[in-house]
Write a protein that binds this ligand. Structure first.
Ligand code: ADP
Ligand code: MG
Length: 238
């Protein structure tokens, strides 16, 4: 488990600054949602936490350790994306174990982790199927399973449900909530969907054009939005 701290984090692409000094403190075990319109910098922030994007200024710490120059694989994080490319020729079991096998993880431990992930996600019956024999929701579970087997301190989700239909989205939201309670790990979840943010988050970080507009519990943002943008975005009457 680990807290995540962003201190004055800046991101520039060439001359274009897209994150303007973000300060975000995420507690150990907290579920924090980054929300804001398309292009506001949600994915960029998450990718910097993951180490997939260099930071132009400031610090990112995970579990109290500054990670600015630490490789993604050594940050204790796992990321779930919107486009979850599973290996089509591999079974669910092979998809889940592939990364661990490539890293030379001992066979017995790999089997234990795959079994546990499959149980947590309730896909143990599907373990010998291939992706094309799965529904969209089942595929999404396998994609989350690939993160679970890494036993990360911090889970990062980038709009993981946006490719699913509305009904499945609601179902997977419940699953992700349950997963958070069961694993007790820190989760950072990016979405442009207010409902998703309001239902999943312990706290919400509202972003607008690379600035943090407000951080707070869903009901606090609703009852006491810092400005019109937050009010409009969260849907509160003010
Ligand atoms: P969001 O995830 O909130 O939709 P992003 O973090 O993807 O937003 O993008 C934030 C801003 O950074 C946007 O203006 C986007 O065009 C720009 N951006 C993202 N990635 C790159 C890149 N690799 N090169 C240049 N600009 C980028
Ligand atoms: Mg994005």
């Amino acid at each position: 488990m680990a807290a995540v701290t962003l201190t004055n984090v800046v991101k520039r692409f060439g001359l274009f600054e897209v994150v303007h000094g973000a300060n975000i403190d995420i507690a150990d075990g907290e579920f924090v949602v980054f929300v804001g319109p398309s292009g506001c910098g949600k994915s960029t922030l998450l990718r910097m936490v993951a180490g997939l994007e260099d930071i132009s200024g400031g610090d990112i710490a995970i579990g109290g350790k500054v990670m600015n120059d630490v490789e993604p694989a050594d940050r204790g994080i796992a990321m779930v994306f919107q486009s979850y490319a599973l290996y089509p020729h591999m079974t669910v079991e092979q998809n889940l174990s592939f990364g661990l096998r490539m890293n030379g993880n001992p066979k017995a431990d790999t089997e234990r982790r795959v079994k546990r992930a499959a149980e947590i996600l309730r896909i143990d019956e599907l373990i010998q199927r291939r992706p094309k024999q799965l529904s969209g929701g089942q595929r999404q579970r396998v994609a989350i399973g690939r993160a679970i087997v890494r036993e990360p301190q911090v889970f990062l989700f980038d709009e993981p449900l946006s490719n699913l239909d509305a009904e499945l989205r609601v179902q997977m939201r419940v699953e992700i909530s349950r997963l958070h309670k069961e694993l007790g790990v820190t989760m950072i979840y990016v979405t442009h969907d207010q409902t998703e943010a309001m239902t999943l988050a312990d706290r919400i970080v509202v972003l607008k054009a690379g600035n943090v507009e407000q951080i707070g519990a869903p009901l606090d943002l609703y009852d006491d939005p810092a400005n019109r943008f937050v009010a409009g975005f969260i849907g509160s009457p003010k």
